[in-house]
Design a protein around this ligand. Structure first.
Ligand code: FAD
Length: 293
């Protein structure tokens, strides 16, 4: 199923997973999928290491298995940085043959000191390439706190509008910890005439390393409430995990109550966290979808 069509029927609840690292036990991902698919997500997206090689074939295989073995819609991420058009076509052909219908078209991040020599400068170039040559449903990324490389929020929204004009039919946000950023961003997208569903990307933050990585990589602001949580529970891994899950549930509750189109949960392949969050918000999703009075 094309992800854009699911939003016509319901408030979407979807998940992100990543393939096992090279050399890791391949069977682990299927245990993860056993645990995640029993909450019946609307779709599961599978990340893809930028640069073409690395775990790309795993992404395709896993995204295909999600559909064939579990009967759940999948989306394969595809970062275009460093790819030639021929390499992108080879990957897209393989995705098409594997029955994948949804592609999250991304630029990817530059490694430190990298000067990639590919045919695509921005995600929009890949989106155009896909639209002109294939029949995939295209998803794109967006940034409530503005992409770190953007000169301004207005520039970022202009480029986002271009991605939609080129064929992105659904957007997923980078993680954010303060919903006010999402609401302000959403208003700007409406003013810019962006009229595709925007899913809020939520990452339950449950350990200190994850927080440090998030701040340095994504430039996400840590709100006062979140910093207080860290100060109070940061030295106790069990308490921090519980508090991080509660924080994510609180964010999702507020977003669904406000009428968000969908929630995309960055699961970090942790089935327990995904279950605890889904169990807490399932009835809210059903009410929003009109399945409960
Ligand atoms: P772009 O849309 O190209 O934007 C990047 C920057 O360029 C922005 O500042 C934008 O404003 C600017 N820009 C865009 N278009 C133009 C233009 N036409 N002219 C001038 N400037 C322009 N990375 C991975 O490697 N693998 C993954 O699986 C992965 N999954 C992700 C999933 C989600 C939901 C998100 C939010 C991010 C993911 N990323 C992934 C990270 C992503 O690759 C990085 O955030 C990257 O820095 C930007 O990707 P993009 O597709 O948003 O790029």
């Amino acid at each position: 199923m094309r992800t854009a069509d699911i939003f016509k029927e319901k408030t979407v609840f979807s998940l992100e997973i990543f393939p096992p690292k090279p050399g890791a036990d391949e069977s682990v991902i299927y245990k993860t999928l056993d645990g995640l698919t029993d909450i019946c997500p609307d779709f599961i997206s599978v990340t893809y290491g930028a640069g073409g090689g690395k775990n790309g074939s795993r992404t395709i295989g896993i995204a295909s298995d999600i559909q064939q073995l579990y009967g759940v819609t999948s989306a394969a991420h595809l970062p275009c940085i460093g790819l030639t058009k021929q390499q992108a076509a080879d990957i897209l052909d393989s995705m098409q043959k594997s029955g994948i219908e949804n592609i999250l078209a991304l630029r990817g991040d530059r490694g430190e000191g990298d000067t990639p020599h590919g045919d695509f400068e921005h995600a929009s170039d890949l989106i155009t390439f896909i639209r002109e040559n294939y029949d995939f449903n295209i998803i794109a990324a967006c940034y409530p706190e503005v992409h770190p490389e953007s000169a301004s929020a207005a520039d970022d929204i202009k480029h986002l509008r271009y991605k939609v004009d080129q064929g992105a039919s659904h957007l997923i946000t980078q993680l954010f910890l303060d919903n006010e950023y999402f609401y302000r961003f959403y208003e700007k997208t409406l003013i810019a005439g962006i009229d595709v569903p925007i899913e809020a990307g939520i990452m339950p933050v449950t350990n200190r390393r994850q927080i440090e990585r998030m701040v340095s990589l994504c430039g996400v602001e840590l709100p006062k409430k979140f910093r207080q949580m860290l100060d109070r529970y940061g030295d106790d891994p069990v308490a921090l995990r519980d508090a991080g899950i509660a924080y994510a549930i609180d964010q999702i509750t507020d977003l669904i109550t406000d009428g968000v189109s969908g929630i995309h949960l960055y699961t970090m392949n942790d089935t327990d966290i995904a279950h605890r969050i889904y169990d807490a918000v399932q009835s809210l999703i059903m009410v929003s979808t009109g399945m409960r009075a």
